[in-house]
Design a binder for this molecule. Structure first.
Ligand code: MG
Ligand code: MG
Length: 252
């Protein structure tokens, strides 16, 4: 996490943020088409890397804190930071794809959980609810609100659905680096933390577990899984606080 002040981006910087965000969105669209039964997460990673580079951008996760790949691909009970490899997607899996890119010095970051083949109703409802939790949070990313208004909206929505929000990983400011101040937790009481101002850009990213919110990290030191091995989903957008409705930067 880059220390320091929360930055408000100028209109010129927002142009660059939109460019980076668009590459992320396009890459997600490519992977959503490619992700099917029998495809490996390593193949998806290669596809993403080639696609990002062809658009004049750079895969931002690769090398970040030593991370070895372009995307994170987290299957079923994996929450975040699943490392792509030879594992094939199976019928009924859910896979969370997280993508970050840098272009012209500015960053975009977004995640989706995709159903593979015939997925259980329970899993589909988890995906729908996690995506809705993201929108509940985004709706609070308005000038004059505080950071924890986003957090509270996400947590209260998720818990009303009978799920839990992960505590150990949080959303973040984003701009000329991937991780900036402020942290944007997916839990907490409203009306706390920094006030949101026009030009702030945030990656809002609920990670929602079917069972306990507790997680652990696998021996590869990256992959985070739910402690009870129940399913987890992850949706994320990079958004800009404006004088009006929040602007979604990682959507086509
Ligand atoms: Mg992300
Ligand atoms: Mg993020």
């Amino acid at each position: 996490m880059k220390k320091g002040r929360i930055t408000c981006k100028s209109e010129r910087e927002l142009v660059y943020m939109r460019d980076a965000g668009r590459v992320v969105a396009r890459t997600h669209a490519e992977l959503a088409k490619a992700a099917r039964v029998g495809v490996t997460t390593g193949e998806l990673d290669q596809l993403a890397e080639d696609f990002i580079i062809r658009q004049g951008a750079r895969p931002a996760f690769k090398g970040l804190y030593g991370y070895p790949a372009t995307v994170c691909a987290s299957i079923n009970e994996e929450v975040v930071h699943g490392i792509p490899g030879p594992r094939k997607l199976k019928d009924g899996d859910i896979v969370s794809i997280d993508i970050g890119v840098e272009m012209n010095g500015y960053y975009g970051d977004s995640a989706f959980t995709l159903p593979i083949g015939d997925v259980s109703i329970e899993a589909l409802v988890l995906l729908k609810s996690t995506e809705q939790a993201l929108w509940e949070g985004i709706a609070r990313a308005r000038e004059g609100n505080r950071v924890s208004d986003i957090s509270y909206a996400i947590q209260s929505y998720v818990e009303r659905q009978g799920y839990s929000v992960v505590r150990d990983y949080v959303g973040h400011g984003i701009g000329s680096s991937m991780h900036e101040e402020p942290q944007v937790p997916n839990f907490g009481l409203p009306g706390r933390g920094p006030r949101l101002n026009k030009g702030m850009t945030l990656a809002i990213e609920p990670m929602v577990n079917m069972g306990t919110y507790e997680v652990r990290t696998l021996l590869n030191n990256w992959t985070v899984v739910t402690l009870d091995a129940k399913l987890s989903a992850h949706f994320e957008h990079t958004v800009a606080v404006t004088g009006d409705e929040p602007e979604i930067l990682t959507r086509l």
